[in-house]
Design a protein around this ligand. Structure first.
Ligand SMILES: O=P(O)(O)OC[C@H]1O[C@](O)(CO)[C@@H](O)[C@@H]1O
Length: 442
């Protein structure tokens, strides 16, 4: 079959049919809005940022970096054009750890479809992941900017803009961990909710605009329970509180930097302090991803930034504690390439059996955020009443939970009639992060 070129030929004026994969080919879907409007804006913002900061970049990376910035800008402009004109997805070419895996994926998809993948014809998950990986490729084509993260400044601003909320949560955490009378279950549930609602603060949904936690988060989370549409928090607590014969390791698969990362680390702190885990393994991204996702430098930066913030006394204290967790191996940081491949998690066993087996050693896997959710439920337009365990399609290396605010039009595990009731009062309910789901499966 020949690859069609124009978007108007490719796209159908309808919503996504039930039990189909989400795709920009359905014009009345969030996938379409994203590929048509939101992703080009993301690319433009990177271009603007590079143009604005090329002198600063040259100061840090050397004079030759100015030319390389121009080269990346040219590359990104061509990439945007490819997307906007529905061109075929081309193989990756630069030398990098995941190139073969990505190219195998693209080749296999082409064989199956009898044509290359197209921006407006194929699965949204694959397309959106591919865009972020191509942005990385623009930098890989340079000599000096291979490791440059064009979203780093936004991620750092997001944390600095949330300092007030960070300080409230940080003080509360220190009080609780020093208190002899803290109610373990209540405390863990509260911090699970802080980490859940921390996922509202992501830069990809806000189109990269400043997003910070400004409300008092302790007041906020106590009022939001009605907005958790599927709520397995009690089961999560039971899983954490159990003594597993396998291990006392808990894994957190990170989503965003900034305030959300801070809340995840607070939760990890309590897991160690309250002896619910003897080790917490973090999993993050190896390449700049969905604007605000955590990378190793973001993790290191937040610990350092906290150490330097002597105006907020709880932060240096927490930083020193957390650096201690890292140095003693009770916290480990991993950035496996699988997390920035396009695959949904039902494919992990086949594509990265080592990672699957390693996750299998865990007492509990905590998946943060919307994209992890999309990958868990294979990004299919399931009926909203479908069971979470069914949507996982066999992905169950260990007991797992998703802490996700709803920012894409896929959600499962609701009771009959619930989706219709919410849609009646809030037509955008799937897209704004106002609602959340906490779904557990063992
Ligand atoms: O940071 P999160 O929670 O994974 O969200 C990523 C966001 O990016 C999107 O994928 C759209 O670009 C949304 O579906 C989602 O809201």
């Amino acid at each position: 079959m020949a690859a069609k070129a124009s978007i108007s030929e490719e796209c159908i004026d309808m919503t996504t049919p039930w039990n189909e994969y989400l795709s920009a080919k359905y014009k009345r879907s969030f996938a379409y809005q994203t590929v048509r409007n939101r992703l080009p804006v993301t690319v433009t913002q990177v271009v603007d940022h590079l143009s604005r900061t090329k002198e600063e970049i040259a100061q840090s990376y050397g004079e030759d970096a100015q030319e390389e910035v121009k080269q990346v800008i040219g590359y990104l402009s061509r990439l945007k054009n490819e997307m906007q004109t529905n061109k075929p997805l081309t193989p990756l070419s630069e030398d990098y750890v995941d190139v073969e895996l990505w190219n195998n994926f693209l080749k296999k998809a082409e064989q199956e479809k009898g044509r290359p993948l197209l921006w407006f014809a194929d699965e949204w998950l694959h397309i959106e992941c591919y865009l972020y990986r191509r942005i990385k490729e623009g930098f890989l084509q340079t000599r000096l900017l291979r490791e440059y993260d064009p979203f780093r400044h936004q991620k750092e601003d997001a944390f600095t803009g949330s300092l007030q909320a960070v300080s409230v949560v940080g003080n509360h955490l220190l009080e609780l961990s020093k208190s002899k009378e803290a109610d373990l279950e209540r405390t863990i549930l509260q911090f699970l909710k802080l980490s859940l609602w921390g996922n509202r603060c992501d830069l990809s949904i806000s189109g990269g605009k400043d997003i910070a936690q400004v409300e008092n988060p302790l007041d906020m989370v106590s009022k939001l329970d009605d907005l958790i549409l599927a709520n397995d928090l009690e089961k999560v607590w039971a899983a954490m509180n159990s003594v597993s014969s396998k291990s006392q390791t808990i894994d957190i698969i990170f989503d965003n930097s900034g305030y959300e990362l801070f809340t995840d680390l607070c939760l990890a702190h309590l897991l160690i302090e309250f002896k619910l885990a003897d080790k917490v393994r973090f999993h993050a991204k190896r390449v700049p991803w969905f604007i605000s996702d955590v990378m190793e430098h973001d993790f290191n930066w937040i610990l350092q930034e906290m150490e330097n913030k002597s105006t907020v006394p709880c932060l240096p204290e927490l930083s020193s504690k957390w650096k201690g967790f890292v140095n003693s191996g009770r916290w480990t940081f991993n950035a496996e390439p699988f997390w920035t491949l396009p695959y949904s998690y039902d494919k992990m066993k086949e594509i990265d059996s080592k990672l699957y087996e390693s996750l299998g050693e865990s007492k509990l896997l905590i998946f943060k955020g919307d994209l992890n959710y999309r990958k868990l439920v294979c990004e299919m337009n399931w009926y909203h009443t479908e069971e979470f365990a069914v949507a996982l399609r066999g992905f169950q290396p260990a007991p797992l939970v998703t802490l996700r605010t709803v920012k894409a039009d896929v959600v499962v595990g609701l009771r009959a009639g619930q989706a219709e009731e919410i849609a009646e009062i809030d037509s955008d309910w799937l897209l704004t992060g106002k609602y959340a789901v906490v779904s557990y499966s063992s």
